[in-house]
Design a protein around this ligand. Structure first.
Ligand SMILES: [Zn+2]
Length: 321
């Protein structure tokens, strides 16, 4: 038997004191959660759709990432990607900000629109990109929302818009504010055509966008803890001379006050959208992983027994003929 202490390595440091060692982590390997500060492996973080596994915080996604995790594989067809803002008021630094947004996102404005399938249901989809000037709504975003609605009407399919915006774009002044009326009128035309409109509010959905097309969905979903409101909390506190509650202008507060219909975790959004779309369009969801649903509600009268009767196939003529 060896004498005591032979196999015990003595620490160089006094008891309870271990040195802090600086560990070099190659860039891009780790990501820090913006809420709880936990260090996460970027690969796992991205696999988890940029939701922190420790605290559940939903970090922002680019419009491209959102498209990738929402639509059925290989079905995204962009529309109107070439639209660009002009500088009607010669607003200071506006061209530079547009150029910066283009550089950050590879887009010409903060909203992508196109067609896709979600759970086997054809849709016109709009995805806001907060990295382009805070997703602000100028003439281009307003035009794209309008074109999305018009494409929905022309193709007889529902419109789904994901919002992420600080509001109207001040650099275009009144032209930005005008988009509130323009997009609202387009949403009204979609409703008159009997076609569903679903909004998914992501962080943040504020001001002019909330007061226009974001609030007009037949069904309004939101991601957990998304900031949703009109004026900022500080402005509201000044206006009403009292402190708003701690959860003021969160998705949870808006749900409790009837502004939105459901809060859906990011990983559940494609399935929830597929279910809603298949019910609203009275057709089964067919994509892999999507539930196949048979609506239990009877079809509306005057719809030829086909619910909303909205098929994109050759049957469309028969449904409406
Ligand atoms: Zn976290």
């Amino acid at each position: 038997m060896p004498p005591d202490g032979w196999f015990k390595r003595k620490s160089k440091f006094p008891q309870g004191q271990t040195p802090t060692v600086a560990v070099e982590v190659p860039e891009g390997v780790a990501t820090k959660c913006a809420r709880c500060g936990q260090i996460l492996f970027t690969k796992d973080f991205e696999k988890n759709l940029k939701v922190c596994p420790h605290c559940g915080f939903h970090h922002k996604l680019s419009s491209q990432e959102r498209i990738a995790c929402t639509v059925d594989d290989g079905t995204w067809q962009p529309m109107a990607g070439g639209l660009r803002s002009v500088d009607p008021l010669q607003f200071a630094e506006y061209p530079a900000k547009l150029a910066k947004g283009e550089q950050a996102t590879g887009l010409h404005d903060g909203l992508q629109i196109g067609t896709a399938f979600i759970g086997g249901v054809p849709v016109v989809l709009g995805m806001a990109d907060f990295a382009f000037m805070g997703g602000s709504m100028g003439s281009v975003a307003g035009e794209k929302v309008t074109r999305a609605m018009e494409a929905g009407i022309a193709q007889r399919c529902p419109v789904v818009l994901f919002t992420a915006s600080g509001g109207a774009r001040m650099q275009e002044g009144l032209l930005s504010l005008m988009q509130m009326a323009k997009t609202s009128a387009a949403a009204a035309r979609l409703a008159q055509a009997g076609l569903p409109y679903i909004v998914v509010m992501t962080d943040p959905t504020m001001a002019g966008v909330l007061a226009a097309y974001a609030s007009l969905g037949d069904v309004i979903l939101a991601e957990p803890e998304a900031t949703i409101g009109f004026a900022g909390a500080r402005v509201v506190a000044q206006a009403v001379a009292q402190k708003p509650p701690a959860d003021y202008q969160t998705a949870e507060w808006q749900l409790a006050h009837g502004q939105i219909d459901q809060i859906v975790a990011r990983k559940d959004l494609p399935q929830t959208l597929a279910t809603l779309l298949s019910l609203l369009m009275a057709r089964p969801a067919v994509a892999a992983g999507a539930a196949v649903l048979t609506p239990s509600v009877p079809a509306l009268p005057g719809q030829n027994g086909r619910g909303l009767g909205l098929e994109l196939s050759t049957e469309a003529g028969a449904a409406h003929g």
